[in-house]
Write a protein that binds this ligand. Structure first.
Ligand SMILES: Cc1cc2nc3c(=O)[nH]c(=O)nc-3n(C[C@H](O)[C@H](O)[C@H](O)COP(=O)(O)OP(=O)(O)OC[C@H]3O[C@@H](n4cnc5c(N)ncnc54)[C@H](O)[C@@H]3O)c2cc1C
Length: 444
């Protein structure tokens, strides 16, 4: 069993030289560590907190299920999760449209899970330890330097490591990207989120009981995610203009925003808040580079897109598998570094772009119209279900082609509602123009 304790294992003086050092034990960091350790590499994983710890990002995608299976944790995850069979998007008339995972364009797992991240992340972390990863909790990386030959020197307090390769999976802390000044705020999607856990929220019935529900509100969108033990995660994603208007506490702000959506308000009547209200500002960003000599950025440490389609954990898991393949190749054949890094980056960006296109347009009147008036012309609707399941990467050309037809339908529909679309575009521009508040968005 590897050392999991900050006070043991790592050298106090002199450097330890693992093959790979990973910063951050979220889904991306723990998974890539496990996979590389299984390939026989000596891996060190450093985590600033200790598991279990709270984290947001609770709704998983079907395409993440095979990754959990390959990691060997799917039964453990299943045991503490709610089964998610689809995503629903309420319509104006009080009904809702379900995107059922069975109705995807090509064969895939027909389910995913809604997880409490404290439990989920601990399962992945313990799995990394069991794979032989030298894992340290309560160990915050404080500095990284690169030598003339590119060798990274990683410091956590008075401990030092000089790995052959460095993977930064530090999540929204974007440790390395900050240091190298690679992070760019995503101007197209400046938002922030306010969220908490509740008890006593009304669930949907039958097959829909485990759905994630996504509601639009005038200033953004809201999520409702059923979790185990009767807990429901509810959060509001809002544009900066609206956030700046906040006068009361974060809780009041969250409750007032939920109350603007009648169906959500009704589902929450009689519910009690059972956790702190959290907030995340400076929302979406991406880095100008994913790789450099002897380093790679993985998961949220590279980019963060609005989690409207619950893509974050899947991108972390899928990215971890592809990153492990690339780093394995690089360690075996250092001369191939640039080629393997480019291949990984191109693969990742191709899938990410599909999510981004939908996310940027989700609150537009055109998208609202198309999501409420669905027709499976040429398999286009099924391709949207595939997208919502995360099926945008391996051999997904057939899905991407259908999604291009959707884009065409979107463009034609927008022309038909040009006035509304133009007004929405102008409003949106104003809503996101104000700088977002900081990560905590002030005191609760
Ligand atoms: C409001 C909101 C809602 C979301 N909803 C969803 C959702 O429903 N579904 C979904 O799939 N995704 C969702 N996401 C996205 C999801 O949370 C992330 O995409 C996912 O957690 C990324 O995993 P990761 O491993 O890259 O980063 P993280 O899970 O953030 O893990 C990074 C780890 O690095 C550690 N760390 C940071 N700095 C250091 C350091 N210097 N030294 C050592 N350790 C460090 C952190 O403590 C953390 O444990 C949501 C995100 C937000 C903000």
């Amino acid at each position: 069993m590897p050392d999991m304790n900050e006070s043991e294992g790592a050298p106090k003086s002199g450097a330890s030289t693992p093959d790979v050092l990973v910063i951050g034990a979220g889904p991306a960091g723990s998974s890539v560590s496990t996979l590389l350790a299984r390939k026989g590499w000596k891996v060190t994983l450093l985590e600033k907190d200790a598991h279990p710890r709270f984290h947001i990002g609770e709704s998983l995608l079907p395409q993440g299920m095979p990754v959990l299976e390959r990691l060997g944790v799917i039964d453990q995850v299943r045991a503490c999760s709610v089964l998610k069979l689809g995503a629903d998007f309420p319509n104006d008339d009080g009904t809702y449209s379900v995107f059922d995972f069975r109705k995807s364009l090509r064969e895939q797992p027909e389910f995913a899970f809604q997880v409490k991240r404290a439990e989920f992340d601990k399962i992945l972390f313990d799995n990394a330890c069991a794979a032989g990863v030298d894992a340290h909790e309560n160990t915050r990386v404080t500095a990284v330097e690169f030598g003339a030959d590119g060798t990274p020197t990683v410091r956590a307090g008075d401990r030092i490591w000089t790995p052959r390769y460095l993977i930064d999976a530090s999540g929204r802390d974007t440790f390395l990207a900050n240091k190298l000044k690679l992070k760019q705020k995503n101007a197209k999607h400046a938002s922030a989120a306010v969220f908490s856990h509740f008890e006593g929220v009304r669930m949907r019935e039958g097959r829909d009981a485990g759905n994630v529900s996504i509601y639009r509100h005038t200033h953004g969108w809201l999520w409702l995610i059923p979790l185990s033990e009767g807990i429901t995660s509810i959060g509001a994603v809002c544009y900066p203009e609206y956030l700046k208007q906040r006068t009361g506490t974060l809780e009041e702000f969250l409750m007032e925003t939920c109350a603007t959506v009648p169906e959500l308000h009704e589902r929450m009547s009689g519910a009690t808040r059972v956790a702190d209200v959290h907030a995340t500002g400076n929302y979406a960003y991406e880095c100008t580079r994913m790789n450099g000599p002897r380093w790679t950025l993985l998961g949220d440490a590279y980019s963060f897109v609005d989690p409207m389609f619950s893509s974050g954990v899947f991108l972390a898991l899928h990215g971890a598998e592809k990153c492990a393949e690339a780093v394995d190749g690089i360690l075996k054949q250092p001369a191939d570094e640039k080629r393997l890094q480019r291949k990984f980056e191109k693969h990742f960006e191709t899938g990410l772009d599909e999510f981004k296109w939908f996310i940027y347009r989700f609150t537009s009147p055109t998208m609202k119209h198309l999501f409420s008036n669905r027709r499976d012309i040429l398999g286009v609707e099924r391709s949207v279900v595939s997208l919502l399941s995360g099926d945008v990467f391996d051999d997904a050309a057939v899905i991407r082609r259908r999604l291009r037809i959707f884009r065409l339908i979107y463009a034609i529909t927008s022309l038909g509602m040009a006035g509304k679309a133009w007004r929405n575009w102008r409003t949106r521009k104003r809503q996101v123009a104000i700088e977002t508040l900081d990560e905590t968005m002030g005191t609760p």
